[in-house]
Design a protein around this ligand. Sequence first.
Ligand SMILES: Nc1nc2c(c(=O)[nH]1)N[C@H]1C(S)=C(S)[C@@H](COP(=O)(O)OP(=O)(O)OC[C@H]3O[C@@H](n4cnc5c(=O)[nH]c(N)nc54)[C@H](O)[C@@H]3O)O[C@H]1N2
Ligand SMILES: Nc1nc2c(c(=O)[nH]1)N[C@H]1C(S)=C(S)[C@@H](COP(=O)(O)OP(=O)(O)OC[C@H]3O[C@@H](n4cnc5c(=O)[nH]c(N)nc54)[C@H](O)[C@@H]3O)O[C@H]1N2
Ligand SMILES: [Mo]
Length: 759
Amino acid sequence: MTAERDKAPVADPVVVEPPEFAAGLPAVVEVLRQVNAKTGLGRGVGALLKMNQANGFDCPGCAWPEDTQDPKRAEFCENGAKAFADEATRKTVGEDFFAGHSLADLETKSNQWLNDQGRLAQPMVRRSGASHYTPITWFSAIELIAQHLKGLIDPNHAAFYTSGRTSNEAAFLWQLFVRCFGTNNMPDCSNMCHESSGNALSQAIGSGKGTVRLSDFDHADAIFVLGQNPGSNHPRMLATLERAKQRGAVIVSINPLDEVGLKNYRNPQTVNGLRKGTELIDLHVPVRINGDVALLKGLCKVMLEAEKAQPGAVLDRKFISSHTQGFVEFETDIAATAWDEIVAGSGVSEGLIRKAAAIAINADNTICCWAMGMTQHKNAVANIQEIVNFLMLRGNFGRVGAGACPIRGHSNVQGDRTMGVWEKPDAAFLEKMAAYFGFEPPREHGLDTVDTINAMAAERVKVFIAMGGNFMAATPDTAFTADALSNCELTVQISTKLNRSHVVTGSTALILPVLGRTEVDRQEQGEQFVTVENSMGVVTQSRGHLQPASQHLKSEVRLVAEMADAVMGAHSKIKWRECADDYHLIRDHIAAVIPGFEDFNDRLIEEGSIELPHSVRDDLQFDNEGGKALFTVHAIEPPDIPEGCYLMMTIRSHDQFNTTIYSQNDRYRGVSGSRLVVFMHPEDIEQAGLSAGSLVDMTSHYGGATRTMQGFSVVPYRIPRGCLATYYPETNPLIPVQHVADGSNTPAYKSVVVSLQSG
Ligand SMILES: Nc1nc2c(c(=O)[nH]1)N[C@H]1C(S)=C(S)[C@@H](COP(=O)(O)OP(=O)(O)OC[C@H]3O[C@@H](n4cnc5c(=O)[nH]c(N)nc54)[C@H](O)[C@@H]3O)O[C@H]1N2
Ligand SMILES: Nc1nc2c(c(=O)[nH]1)N[C@H]1C(S)=C(S)[C@@H](COP(=O)(O)OP(=O)(O)OC[C@H]3O[C@@H](n4cnc5c(=O)[nH]c(N)nc54)[C@H](O)[C@@H]3O)O[C@H]1N2
Ligand SMILES: [Mo]
C-alpha cells in the first residue's frame, strides 16, 4: 500500500551544523517576528505579557508549570509565543473561503497551508455527497448532532474525542454529557501521549500522576531527563534546569540525540543570558532507540553491585523494607542480567552506564523527567516502571527534591483526565457522579483512540465528535484512519484552526468554531474564566483578554451545554444552560464530585491556585495493589529489526505544535526548507550506498504488511547506528495501527521498523 503523504511543497532542505546553544537572542527575534506577522505587534505583545500571569490566560502550549518565585517576570518562551500567535492570528476562515475551496481542493493542501489560513470563524456543514462546506446556523448544527446521536440504536456507536487544550470546566461538562448520553467512548490525546506513564505509575505506585513539585527542582542533586527534548517542547523547563544547575545539581540526558536545548541554554530573559549560556547537561547518554529498559537495568545493576561492595552505602534499605514490595525478585533478576545483554540492548558502553549510575549514587535526591521518548514504544510501560525501580533504590519518593516527573504535553491534558475524560473511569468516580447527579452512568469501559479507529473501520462507531485536536493527522496509519473516518455517518470537529480533520470527514461533517484561551469569554452572568491543571497538579485560572476572532464563536462550555440540552432535552435533571451562563456552577459540581477540589471556587479566589493532593508525594501512601510501591521485573527485549532495516522514531521540530506546523525549519537541528528528511548516522549512510541529500523512499514493515512513502532527503546526523529520525506527523502514514504499547495501547510512534530504497 502506498500511503499518501503530507502535501507540503517539496523542496530540498538546507542543512547546516546545529547551533551551539538554545534560546538566547534568536528566540527573542523569532518571537517578535511571529507575533508581528500574525497578530500585529501592539495587540500581540500586550496580550503576550498576560500569558501565565495571575488574571491572565494559561499558555496554550505545553503543560510546564508557571514559576511563581518571581511573579513579575515574563512567563513565556519562544514556543509558547508561537502557539499564542497562531491562535491570536488576525486571519479568519469563513464562508467565502469555503465557497472558494472544495473539499477535493483542500485535500491537496499541506497541513501548514491549512493552518495558515487563519481562525475558523463560523459553523459550516458538509452535507452528504456535497463538494463544499456551506454555512449552517448554530441552532441547526446542534439539532443535526442531536438527531444523529438520538438516531443511534446504541450510544456506544458514538465516540467523543478530546485533545488536551480543553479547560477543566468544558471537560467536566463534556464527560458528564457523554455519560448522560450513555457511553464511556472517550478517546483522547493522552491515549497517544502519556497513557503509558499513567498505566505504569498506577500499577507501580498507585497514582498515575507525577510525584514532583516545581520547587523540588530547587532541591534535587541529580536530574535525569529521559526521552524528552525540553529545548523545543518545554522551553520554560530550561530556566528551571538552569537554576538547578547553577545551584550545583547534576543533569543527565538519556536520548539517542544530543538535543541542543539540553546542551547550552541562553536565558533570553536575563541580560547575561543573551550573551552567555549555561552548559546544562553534565552527561549525555546516547541510548539507542528503545534501549532504555536495558540501560535502566544497567544503572540498577551498578547500584546493586556498589551496595554489595559497601553495604548500607547505596540503597535506602528503610524505604525499601517499609514501603516497597517485590525487591527480592527484582534484585535476583538484575543479578542474573549479564552486562553483554545490557550493552547490546542499550547500545551504551558499560563504562558510560557506570558513570551515569555514579551520579545517581552520589545524589541524595534524584528526579527523573521523561516524555514521549519513553512512552511511545511497544514496551513503554516497562520503560517507565524501570524508571520507578531506579528511583526506588535510593528511596526517591515522598521527599523534597526527588521523584518521578512525567512531563505532560498539552497545556490541560492532565486536567482533562482529572475531570473524568477517560474511557476507563474508575468505579468510585462513577459512583459519585451517579449519586450526585442522579443518573446511571455507563459502567462498561469505552474505546480509546486506537480502538476507536478500529471500531470506525468496522462500522461500529458511526458518529465521531472531537473536542479540539486533529485526530486525522495525529493518529497512526493515515490511510487506514482516513478510510475509518469516512465510514462515519457524521463527524464533528469543534476547533479553532483549520486542519486535516476538517478535510477527511464522514458522510456529513460539521466544523464548529470555538473561542480560544486568549479570548474574552462573555456569558449571561458576565465575563468568565476557566481553570487548567499543569503537569505538577497545580490548578490555576485562565482568563482571555483579546476580542474573539469572530462574533460567531461559542465557548466550548456553551457548546457542550447546548448539545447536552438538545440531546437530553426535558429528561435531564442537569441545568446545562445555567452552567454555561456562570462557570462557577460547574466548579461547584466539580467540587462535589472530584477529590481535591473541595471549596474550589472559594479557594481559587482566596489562594489564586490550588495544589491537588498526591498520596505518594504528601504521605508516602501507595494506593496500588498490595499498598506498597512495586518493584517490577522486565526482560530486555530488543525490537526485531531484520537485516537491512532500521528503527525509526518520529519526533517534533522546533517549529511545530503537534500537527500544527509553523514552518518547514528546525533551527535546533540545523535543517531548513523541508521537513521531509531522514536523520541518519554517517556510517549507515555510507553503508547503504547513499550520501547527504540523497532522495530515498521509506517502507515500514509490520506483520508482513508494508507501507511506503516517497521522497525523503537524507541528513547525516549524530544519531546511534541503526536508528533513524523523521518528523511527526508527516510519517504517520508509515505507522501501523496495530503497533501499540503493551498495557497502554499507545501507538509505538517511536519504534517503527523501516527500510530505505533509493528514490
Ligand atoms: N513547541 C512545542 N511544544 C510542545 C509540543 C510541540 O509539538 N511543540 N507538543 C506537546 C506535546 S502534546 C507533548 S506530548 C510534548 C512532547 O515532548 P517530547 O517528548 O520532548 O517530544 P518528541 O519530539 O516527541 O520526543 C522527545 C525526545 O525523545 C527522544 N527519543 C525518541 N525515542 C527514544 C528512546 O527510545 N529513548 C530515549 N531515551 N529517547 C528517545 C527523541 O530523540 C526526542 O528528543 O511536548 C509538548 N510541547
Ligand atoms: N508519529 C507521531 N504521532 C503522534 C505523536 C508523535 O510523537 N509521533 N505524538 C502524539 C501526541 S503526544 C499527541 S498529544 C497527539 C496530539 O493530537 P491532537 O491533540 O489531536 O493534535 P493537535 O495537533 O494538538 O491539535 C491541533 C488542533 O486543535 C485545535 N485547537 C487548538 N486549540 C484549541 C482550543 O482551545 N479548543 C478547541 N476546541 N480546539 C483547539 C485546532 O483546530 C488545531 O488544529 O499526537 C500524537 N501523534
Ligand atoms: Mo502529547
